[in-house]
Design a binder for this molecule. Structure first.
Ligand SMILES: [Fe+2]
Length: 354
C-alpha cells in the first residue's frame, strides 16, 4: 500500500489518455487502470493499512490512498468524471449520506455485501455500506457512580448537576446522537433535553472524548459521553501511559440497554460515481465486509464488526453486551442539521448557565 499524490497521478493519467485517445476503445481505457484501486479516505491511514495490505496480498490489486481530514467530498465534486477515485472511506452515516445526496456515489449491486452487512448498517439504495460500528456510551466514574444502567434521557436529570463532561455539542459524534434523539422523541423534547444536559455540565464543552475520561479521573466530573473504541485506545496506550489511568477510572454504561438500545454509528464506504476501477473497487468492498477483513478491523481498531458472524475483540467483549438502537442510520443524516441548530439554539457550547 502506498500513499500517493493522486492529483499528480491523475494529471499524468489524463495526459496519457489525451495523447492516445484516438486509438483507445472504451474497454482499453479500463485495461490501463487494471490492477489498482484508488481510495479517498477520511479514515486515518494506520486504521486501514493492515486491511489494504491483506487485500493486496490476496488479490495482487494495488491500493492507493489519499488521506485527508477534510475536503474530499469537495475534491470529488470538483474532479467530476475525471476523478481517479474509486472509493470513499469515512466515519459517520451522515457524511456517507451527504456524499450520496451530493451525487458523488453510485449504487452497488452485490449479494455478498448484502449478506455480510445487516440492512440497518447500509443505505437502502445501496450507495453506502457500513464496515464497523461504534457506540456512544456513558463513561462513568468507577469510584463515584454506583449505578450500572443509564439512559440518554437521564443525562438531563438534575441529579447530575455539575457532574457531566462532554466535548463540543457541535462535534459530529454529538450531533449524530442528538439527531437520533430528534428521530425518537421529536424536536421540542430534544431541545428540552439538551437544555437539561447543558445545565448538568461541570464546565464548558472542550477536548475530545478521551479528555472527558481524564476529567473523570481527576474528579472534575462523574459521567461523560464517549465512543467505545477510545476506551481501548486509552487502556493500551504505551505512548501516553497516563491515558491508561484515565481509562482505568471509568466504566462504560450502555445507555438505554433496557429499552431501545444504545446509539451506534458506523465507519463505512461508498463507490465513487465515476470510479475508473469499478470491478477492483467492488472486490475491495466485498473483501472489507468479509469475515477475514472484519476480523482485522475488530482486533486492530477495537470497533464492532458489522458482519454478525465476526466477534468483537476481547477487550470490547469485556465491556459487556452492546444492544444497538435499531433506528435506521439514514435518520442521522435526516436530522443532523436540525441537531446542530438545536445545539446553537440552547447555546450548548457556552457551558452551564449557573
Ligand atoms: Fe474518534
Amino acid at each position: 500500500m502506498k500513499v500517493m499524490p493522486l492529483a499528480r497521478r491523475c494529471a499524468r493519467k489524463l495526459a496519457a489518455v489525451a495523447v492516445s485517445l484516438p486509438v483507445l476503445a472504451a474497454g482499453a481505457s479500463g485495461a490501463l487502470a487494471q490492477g489498482e484501486v484508488n481510495i479517498y479516505s477520511y479514515r486515518e491511514p494506520q486504521l486501514i493499512d493492515p486491511l489494504l495490505k491483506a487485500f493486496t496480498d490476496k488479490t495482487g490489486i494495488k491500493a492507493n490512498v489519499v488521506y485527508a481530514a477534510a475536503g474530499l467530498n469537495e475534491r470529488l465534486a470538483a474532479e467530476g468524471q475525471n476523478s481517479p477515485a474509486d472509493l470513499l472511506f469515512t466515519v459517520d452515516a451522515g457524511r456517507l449520506s451527504e456524499a450520496k445526496d451530493a451525487g458523488l456515489t453510485q449504487a452497488v449491486d452485490s449479494s455478498a455485501l448484502k449478506a455480510a452487512i445487516p440492512a440497518q448498517f447500509r443505505d437502502p439504495a445501496d450507495n453506502w455500506f457500513g464496515l464497523t460500528m461504534r457506540s456512544r456510551v456513558v463513561y462513568a466514574s468507577k469510584e463515584r457512580v454506583k449505578q450500572d444502567a443509564i439512559t440518554y434521557e437521564e443525562l438531563a436529570d438534575p441529579k447530575w448537576k455539575g457532574k457531566l463532561c462532554i466535548r463540543s455539542g457541535q462535534h459530529v459524534y454529538n450531533t449524530s446522537l442528538i439527531a437520533t434523539m430528534i428521530a425518537h422523541k421529536g424536536e421540542a423534547a430534544t431541545e428540552a433535553w439538551l437544555k437539561g444536559v447543558k445545565d448538568n455540565l461541570a464546565h464548558k464543552p472542550a477536548g475530545g472524548d478521551r479528555e472527558q475520561a481524564r476529567d473523570i479521573f481527576s474528579g472534575k466530573c462523574d459521567i461523560a459521553l464517549g465512543n467505545t473504541y477510545y476506551m481501548a485506545l486509552m487502556a493500551k496506550n504505551e505512548k501516553n501511559p497516563e491515558q491508561k489511568e484515565w481509562g482505568a477510572a471509568i466504566k462504560p454504561l450502555f445507555p438505554n440497554a433496557n429499552d431501545r438500545g444504545s446509539h451506534v454509528n458506523i465507519s463505512g464506504m461508498a463507490l465513487a460515481k465515476h470510479a475508473p476501477n469499478k470491478a477492483n473497487a467492488m472486490k475491495l468492498m466485498e473483501f472489507l465486509a468479509s469475515e477475514e477483513a472484519q476480523g482485522i478491523y475488530a482486533t486492530a481498531n477495537n470497533e464492532y464488526p458489522v458482519n454478525p458472524k465476526v466477534q468483537p475483540s476481547e477487550i470490547v467483549q469485556s465491556w459487556g453486551k452492546l444492544k444497538p438502537d435499531p433506528l435506521p442510520l439514514e435518520n442521522i443524516a435526516k436530522y443532523r442539521k436540525k441537531a446542530s441548530e438545536l445545539v446553537d439554539k440552547v447555546n450548548f457550547d457556552a457551558g452551564p448557565s449557573s
